[in-house]
Design a protein around this ligand. Structure first.
Ligand SMILES: [Zn+2]
Length: 311
């Protein structure tokens, strides 16, 4: 069955500044890797602009308005929100389309028009807190998608699995008091943003953190899923599975020190799809988070999407 591929030109135009690792070239690298015969059956969709009320399910109203009101005009200098998070003139639209992709994917999948989707979007989202931009992130698209699935379709259990090398502090904080939401993350620890210790377990164990030491590779990464995240995800039994797909645990990534291989992204995607098959008819929506070595990002996102298409 069909795999949807969401993206939009504004998500490439969003530019946090020259020499910033979260560069427009990242999304170009992902999209060029998916622009060949092997991926010709992907159904390409323009990521729509999300309505502001859907963002406000996760983020405080004043925060959303402050972000959108402070997007610089064309040609103006960047607006800096924290030491490593900034907006250019395209950033407001890009952030609204990144979150718009995931809510539209929820609609398409619930309507039976597709089995799974990959949202090739920027800016990333998993560090964005309810009222704080951080770590290159403005709006928490994964959390917005989860809250939307519950509000629109009455889903009682929604899960986000996050294999980005950094802990998704924003997603965890949006989920940790709500037993109808599940957040599972593998990440380097210690590393930015400093959260994600294994004793952060939420309510009723709905948060599962598997911190991995710098230098850990395929064996430790796979064990995190086999021993902890996958069994707990199956027990939670989600009605839809959202993946925060960051590819910066890759051995070649410059921002962290894990040694995950491209093939591990095929593996983890296949394993998550198997769990989703058992729990929720394989309904999986994945969205791009980090990944800063361009060739590793191309290969890893190809491996991920190849597995989604084979499901
Ligand atoms: Zn990351």
């Amino acid at each position: 069955m069909t795999t949807l591929l969401y993206s939009h030109a504004s998500c490439i135009e969003h530019n946090p500044g020259e020499f910033h690792p979260e560069s427009p070239d990242r999304l170009r690298a992902v999209m060029s890797g998916l622009d060949n015969e092997e991926f010709e059956h992907l159904e390409h969709l323009e990521a729509p602009i999300i309505d502001v009320d859907s963002i406000k399910r996760v983020h405080q109203s004043e925060y959303v308005e402050r972000i959108l009101d402070n997007v610089p005009q064309e040609g103006e200098v960047h607006v800096r929100l924290d030491p490593d998070t900034a907006m250019s003139s395209a950033s407001g639209e890009a952030a609204r389309r990144a979150a718009g992709a995931i809510v539209n994917a929820v609609d398409q999948i619930v309507d039976g028009k597709a089995k799974n989707a990959f949202c090739a979007v920027r800016p990333p989202g998993h560090h964005a807190e309810s009222s704080r931009a951080m770590g290159f992130c403005l709006f928490n698209s994964a959390a917005i998608g989860a809250f939307y699935a519950r509000a629109k379709y009455g889903m009682e259990r929604v899960a986000v699995i996050d294999f980005d090398v950094h802990h998704g502090n924003g997603t965890q904080h949006s989920f940790e008091m709500d037993p109808g939401l599940f957040y599972g993350s593998s990440h380097q620890f210690p590393a930015y943003p400093g959260t994600g210790s294994s004793d952060e377990t939420g309510v009723d164990g709905n948060v599962v953190n598997v911190p991995l030491p710098p230098g850990a590779g395929s064996a430790e990464f796979r064990a995190a899923y086999n021993d902890s995240i996958l069994p707990k995800l199956r027990r939670f039994d989600p009605e839809v599975l959202i993946i925060s797909a960051g590819f910066d645990a890759h051995v070649d990534d410059p921002l962290a020190q894990l040694q995950v291989q491209t093939i591990d992204y095929s593996w983890v995607t296949e394993e998550l799809l198997k769990a989703a098959d058992e729990c929720c008819d394989g309904h999986v929506i994945s969205l791009l988070e980090g990944g800063y070595n361009l060739s590793a990002l191309t290969a890893s996102s190809q491996a991920h999407v190849r597995a989604l298409m084979a499901a």
